[in-house]
Ligand binder design. Structure first.
Ligand code: BF8
Length: 645
């Protein structure tokens, strides 16, 4: 089974891995080993299964050709496969956005009574962006109209998505010129599937360009709708102190883990877990109360809005159950390991599925219903409480050392915080960059992946290198959880790890050098923050002028591919740890890593070494700074002499 210190970086995960091993629980890391060596055709993107004349492995033939039975070249096959990944990722994020909009509609119609408008200011602002009249209207009516307007964008056939208008005009012109302005969210996903089916589009650039269009429908459409409507209905996050890692699981309380992505259910579970009647019931069963914690992006959602602790990232979902102390794990959609029922069977844990879209054989299903949301949440908590007497204290092993972090930075909050409450403005952020205190801003996001071991090391090393070089880092998803566990999301991290210029900013404003801005759908917040930087002035005209960069050092999901594609399509240089599966086509690889510069003002890069990847981002920021004729970095000389941490 290998040395756990080499497999996971965090000592709490290492201890849990050890426990899992002792109890014979197989985890993703074990299954990863049994899959080696991985299939080269799949890895390079040259496996084609879209018709049944194959399947074709489009390698080089004796005559030097690289074609499938139908005649498709490696370029076509690779481009189709990547664009289909984008379509799947966009579908996932956008279906999440759709269900939020649907819930807001039900609330506006008075049918989802457990929800209300929690951020009235944002409701009116977003409604105005959709061209809705808000003066003198009650918030419920505006919510209904806004939800209907947002929902109509999924099936919209012509025109363009509303929120694209948030982008600088120069960027909107790039999209128009390239023919990638998304019309409707579902339309772009459907067209992506159509173009990439057998015998349609074979021009690899044309296929990738439509992949960009589809991805933009995610970032500026489905995901942005999801984020904004969640803020309206569940409340916009504010900075909140929290705790992270498997040590947040309680030894003496009923443990309920919420896992997945859509906070409309988990928000209700938070409320139910605080119900005095249910707490009393837990006590009657011998527990000291109810402990709720999260896994994956649902963890981020309930952490930033409600301060609920996060038990861990994607690769810790099995380990959390293997602590032997989890009464119930409640899942909705996305990033749920199909292995969970097997792991749960080894313990007393009740796994509960809640979405008709994500059921598991033999697993208890309690279907979520927006119209009786709190009742469903209470029922789930009751199931967990009933399980508590079945817990075997002999099998409980909870690793300790939970780490502190601050989460919950939104575009709007950063706006207010940096400029102070009397003059909300991005001016201080822009000035910090212009004066050379801050080199730029990096978004380090995405998954944890057993291809990178010790897991999480890539995130931590990259982020440390960036902040040491005065780059303010913003994070979402599992990347944020991974770095939080290293203490990088606590204000104290500035003095410990940041360069002097970044340290000065963090101390003046009272923020950590690494800002937690939410779940993966909240990468849309990063896009909006970049737009605000342009609007504030002094950093160019287009998003591609900014000294900013994106990265996903350990990506694994199709959703990450959609995110990377909309970030690059928005003009922001992005580095992924492992290559997209495009190495089977030098032409597609070249277009992504070079050719897209001409069309979109940004490219992809692939670099497995996280420090080398951070250096690429820093170099990119330096080039953008030079093009903008910004001052040299204030403390460059002393930072160059400082040792890497
Ligand atoms: O959407 S970072 S492993 S949990 S895909 Fe999944 Fe990746 Fe985690 Fe959130 Ni995002």
């Amino acid at each position: 089974m290998g040395d756990n210190g080499k497999r996971m970086r965090d000592p709490a995960s290492q201890a849990a891995l050890q426990t899992a091993e002792e109890r014979g629980v197989l985890t993703a890391l074990d299954r990863f080993e049994s899959q080696q060596p991985s299939c080269r055709f799949g890895r390079e993107g040259i496996c084609c299964r879209i018709c049944s004349m194959g399947p074709c492995r489009v390698g080089t033939s004796a005559r030097g050709e690289r074609i499938g039975v139908c005649g498709a070249t490696a370029d076509t096959v690779v481009a189709r496969n990547v664009s289909r990944m984008v379509a799947a990722g966009t579908a996932a994020h956008s279906d999440h956005g759709r269900s939020v909009a649907h819930t807001l509609l039900l609330m506006g119609e008075g049918k989802a009574k457990d929800y209300s408008v929690k951020d009235e200011v944002k409701l009116r602002r977003v409604a105005a962006e959709y061209g809705l009249e808000t003066d003198g209207k009650p918030s419920q009516e505006i919510a209904r109209e806004l939800a209907a307007a947002a929902l109509s964008e999924f099936g919209q056939q012509e025109g363009q998505l509303r929120l694209l208008k948030r982008a600088p005009e120069t960027r909107q012109e790039v999209w128009q010129k390239q023919g990638v302005t998304p019309r409707g969210i579902d339309r772009e996903v459907v067209e992506c599937m159509h173009r990439t089916t057998m015998g349609v589009d074979t021009d690899y650039k044309n296929i990738i360009r439509h992949g960009v269009r589809t991805a933009l429908a995610d970032g500026w459409g489905g995901s942005m709708i999801g984020t904004d409507l969640q803020d309206i209905m569940l409340g916009s996050p504010l900075p909140v102190r929290g705790k992270v890692n498997l040590g947040v699981i309680s030894n003496d309380k009923v443990n309920v883990l919420v896992h997945g992505h859509e906070p409309i259910l988990s928000d209700m579970i938070v409320e139910a877990s605080r119900d005095p009647e249910l707490i009393k019931l837990a006590e009657e069963k011998g527990a000291k109360g109810i402990q709720l914690s999260g896994v994956c992006c649902t963890a981020n959602e309930v952490l930033m809005r409600q301060g609920i602790p996060s038990a861990g990232q994607f690769l810790e979902q099995e380990l959390a159950i293997a602590t032997g102390a989890v009464e119930a794990m409640v899942v909705d959609v996305q990033c749920l390991m199909p292995s969970l029922p097997e792991v749960a069977k080894c313990f007393h844990t009740e796994l509960v599925t809640t979405s008709p879209k994500a059921r598991m054989p033999g697993v208890r299903h309690i279907e979520f219903d927006e119209e009786r949301a709190l009742d469903v949440a209470r029922e789930i908590i009751r199931v967990a409480i009933e399980k508590f007497p079945d817990r075997d204290p002999e099998t409980v092993s909870i690793p300790q050392h939970p780490m502190d972090l601050v989460a919950g930075f939104t575009t709007e909050y950063v706006f207010r915080m940096l400029g102070g409450s009397f003059r909300p403005s991005y001016r201080p952020l822009n000035n910090g960059i212009i004066e050379g205190r801050l080199r730029g801003v990096a978004g380090v996001v995405g998954c944890c992946n057993p291809n990178f071991q010790p897991v999480e090391q890539g995130h931590v090393d990259m982020v440390k290198e960036l902040i040491r070089n005065d780059v303010l880092v913003v994070q979402t998803g599992c990347a944020a959880i991974a770095c939080a566990k290293e203490g990088l999301l606590a204000p104290e991290a500035a003095a410990k790890y940041a360069g002097r210029g970044l340290q000065e900013i963090c101390e003046a404003v009272g923020i950590p050098p690494v800002l937690h801005v939410g779940a993966c759908v909240d990468n849309s917040r990063i896009l909006v923050a970049c737009c605000e930087m342009i609007k504030e002035g002094g950093l160019g005209e287009d998003l591609s002028d900014l000294p900013v960069a994106g990265a996903a050092p350990e990506w694994m999901s199709e959703k990450a591919v959609a995110i990377g594609m909309y970030v690059v399509g928005s003009g922001i240089f992005t580095v992924f740890g492992n290559s997209l599966p495009v190495e089977g086509s030098p032409a597609v690889h070249d277009y992504l890593t070079k050719g897209m510069e001409e069309d979109f003002g940004a490219t992809w890069a692939f670099e497995a070494d996280p420090v080398a990847a951070a250096r690429m981002m820093i170099e990119h920021m330096n080039e953008k700074r030079a093009a903008l004729k910004l001052r040299p970095m204030m403390y460059e000389a002393e930072e160059a002499a400082a040792p890497a941490s």
